[in-house]
Design a protein around this ligand. Sequence first.
Ligand code: TRP
Length: 470
Amino acid sequence: MQQQRGTWSSNLGFIFAATGSAIGLGNLWKFPFITWENQGGAFVLVYLICIAAVGLPIMMAELLIGRKTQKSSVGALKDAVGPLWRYVGAWGVLGAFILLSYYTVIAGWSLFYFAKTVGWSLNGFPPGFSTGALFGDFVADGALQLGLSAAFSLATVSVVYFGVKQGIERIARLLLPVLFVLLLLMLFSALGMKGSGEALAFIFRPNFAELEPASILEALGHSFFTLSVGMGVMITYGSYIDRTQSVVKASAVIVMLDTLIALVATVIMFSVIFSVEGMAQEVGASTVGMLFISLPELFYSEVPFGALLGPLFYVLIALAALTSTMSMLEVVTAYLIDERGFERRRATLTCGGGVFVFTILAALSLGAVPVVTQMEIPGAMGRLLFGGKAGWFSMADHFISNWMLPTGGLAITIAVGWFMTREATEAELVDGAEPEWFRFGMWRFFIRYLAPAAVASIIIAVMFFGVDFS
Ligand code: TRP
């Protein structure tokens, strides 16, 4: 059994894997977009506070459950907290399953745009070409969507198939440094653009007059998504760490890197946008617009070395997405291994196949197949749970961001803050390996009061005020 489960080969390997899970489309795509929508400055500051005050304590909570029990989410919650808490673990497994089903589709897009940009770099960008029309046709092309999603699923399954050390850790160690170097390269080139000053001011100069209450909730909701908490990923990854690894130190590093990358990505994108006359008015109509409509065109019209940076940018997105998708698949796979006695390879194929059924639904729900695109849950239930949205892609996204992440996160804070003893949590966090700045009493206050109150406010906003985080 112990053989089956696997462990990280080193503390650093774990940091790479967990950071890879955290850094994903949320950092490169969603964060820049919501920063744009919420007028930057003050929003970014609020986001940083949410990350430090809510995200970080929950990250520690998940990792400590994993490290303590050495089990994946279902078994871990059962052992550490109590038998009924296994349902919270199961909720996380379900969440990872659903998230993976549509995250894979967007990840697949990066492959297509990589191929496209390579073509444009070699043959030139066709004058007058509309990237908007391209995107519209592209998402409605069922065969292409299926092919790309299948390719990305296959990549994800291939990694998890080889296990924690040989698969996940090895790929994370390989890809993360590449990702950092690519981003650094782009950052330098972006800072050289004429819009970079304006971009930095937009992002880092807070203007609280522009901050709306809904922005605060959005920042909070995103802090969950971006750190991969609320779904048992960090419990599962934490279950493979060695007892000498400090949960506090690891959490701090993961959270810092994740935040840094989100900010860097935002600086890069906004520098491009502010460098182009009139672009600031055009961007922002849709979430996908920035990444897949505005940017591809800009690479070939405005960005110095754009022909080089364009394809690299989409490789970057693909790499970041892969290190996230493999962690989602690992949560589901680890459940089958730990709780159902599956052998790893069979578990991986079973989960990968099961998720792919829903990936097909997601891939075809963007216009390719009308019945699938229009699929919805009618009535009050559909409105409450799925925001009245249609098609698996939008429904799943709505359900994850508005329901599963906040409720999963809330349950974790209550489990660790109120149902585990002070002694049990203290033994995991204060073990001689923790950093000097750490104050257990403060963490405990945050996890018992501040974090649950904050997360509960998200749920209330969703239920009663029609706020939408997806
Ligand atoms: N953190 C990932 C990102 O920023 C997305 C994510 C949310 C995630 N929850 C997760 C990834 C659970 C893996 C597992 O893109």
